[in-house]
Design a binder for this molecule. Structure first.
Ligand code: PMP
Length: 403
């Protein structure tokens, strides 16, 4: 059977996530493994009203085939928001509505990548990007992340030695690390990138979810058309709508539109109209403020619990927004072993290995704090701290979850 599949399928890393899902299906397991926004953040009633208004007022059009580029009022909204957030001037012609920003990654792969082309990723990097790009059989290079952003010296070295076509990064509250690039780091990274032809893919699904610190400019501010910006309504409205976008200069946009047309003709036009209507009739800033407050409370709660329950030589990032924290265990301690032990104690997380393209076991792990309430966060971090302490002192046997 294996011989009938395209070779490219063999290049996609098998996902450890499936294993994790098996564990988290058990309702008694406290899961910090998922990447889900809080369901309490979804504007259910407002979306209901918007959907009814779209059907009542423009039902037939809303159910018809539509343009590949996407619903114009939605693209205009995105441009206005970039202007407000960053003072960025972007026209609707530079916006393509996609089926989530995840589709943006696939389309970028289709437009730019031939087999063996260089793609630079952050280490650790977003699993969904590793997976999406892997289908084009590129050659991955990596650059480490530091507390204040990308390691600029390493970036310069890779650009000079390998001239990758693309550099994919998540400069705001990165998935998985929760780290962000400081303003100074962005300026330095952009100055280096400008000396090369590498296109910078700035994936920004979390930028609006800042609950501490100052907003930093988009890399597009420094790089202009050398950057492609990806955005998403998943974390600020609702992921099930599957609405994201690509912002790119016209020469690139032309190719992306062809690739999108071949993939799926256009993004769900009804969903686009419903979200556009929701955005027109509601105050998005107010809605986002509620999400920020909720995530700040959960993030603070997790950080406090970590300070109380984790062994002192386990280090965690302290994100200023977004959905994730990243823990580093003492050197030589395996987060996969910890996962086995923790799942026996009914708590789950994602071990760090799948976030690297070249490592199979590491001492790092990702914790999500947005999809558990405060009581669950405290209890889960307490159990996890206990699992770490036992593992560090070699106590107890690893008991495999029975169901
Ligand atoms: N990029 C990053 C960094 C993400 O974390 C996610 C969601 N997990 C996505 C893209 C995909 O988001 P969506 O397709 O829902 O817009």
């Amino acid at each position: 059977m294996e011989t009938v599949f395209a070779e490219r399928m063999g290049h996609v890393k098998k996902s450890f996530i499936r294993e994790i899902l098996k564990v988290t299906e058990d309702p008694s397991v406290i899961s910090f493994a998922g990447g889900l926004p809080s369901p309490a953040s979804f504007p259910v009633e407002a979306i209901d009203r918007a959907a009814q208004a779209v059907l009542e007022e423009d039902g037939a059009n809303a159910l018809q085939y539509s343009t590949t580029e996407g619903f114009l009022p939605l693209r205009e909204f995105i441009c206005a928001r970039y202007a407000k957030r960053f003072g960025l001037r972007v026209t609707p012609e530079e916006i393509l509505i996609t089926n989530g920003s995840q589709q943006g990654l696939d389309l970028i792969g289709k437009v730019f990548l031939d087999e063996g082309d260089g793609v630079l990723l952050e280490a650790p990097g977003y699993l969904g990007a590793i997976q999406a790009f892997s289908l084009f059989s590129p050659h991955f290079h990596t650059v480490p992340l530091r507390q204040d952003g990308v390691a600029v010296d390493a970036l310069q070295a890779v650009l000079e030695t390998h001239a990758p076509k693309l550099f994919y990064a998540v400069p705001n509250f990165q998935n998985p690390s929760g780290l962000s690039y400081s303003r100074a780091n962005r300026e330095r990274a952009a100055a280096v990138l400008k000396q090369h032809d590498t296109i910078f893919i700035e994936d920004d699904p979390y930028g609006e979810l800042r609950f501490a610190g100052e907003e930093a400019p988009s890399m597009r501010t420094f790089l202009g058309g050398q950057s492609i910006l990806l955005g998403s309504f998943s974390k600020i409205v609702a992921p099930a709508m599957r609405l994201g976008w690509i912002c790119a200069k016209p020469e690139i946009m032309e190719k992306l539109i062809v690739a999108k047309q071949a993939s799926d003709l256009h993004t769900n036009a009804f969903a686009q109209r419903v979200v556009a209507r929701y955005l027109a009739d509601n105050d998005l800033d107010k809605h986002i403020e509620k999400i920020r407050q909720m995530y700040k409370m959960r993030s603070d709660c997790m950080a406090d619990a970590i300070a109380r329950y984790f062994p002192p030589d386990v280090h965690c990032t302290r994100p200023q927004g977004g959905m994730f924290m990243w823990a580093t265990l003492p050197e030589g301690m395996s987060s996969i072993d910890l996962f086995q032990r923790a799942s026996a104690m009914r708590v789950a997380f994602v071990p760090g290995a799948p976030f690297y393209v070249d490592r199979s076991d590491v001492n790092t792990l990702r914790l999500n704090y947005t999809n558990s309430d405060e009581a669950a966060i405290q209890e889960g971090i307490c159990r996890l701290g206990q699992a770490m302490t036992e593992m560090l002192s070699g106590v107890g046997r690893v008991e495999v979850l029975a169901r």
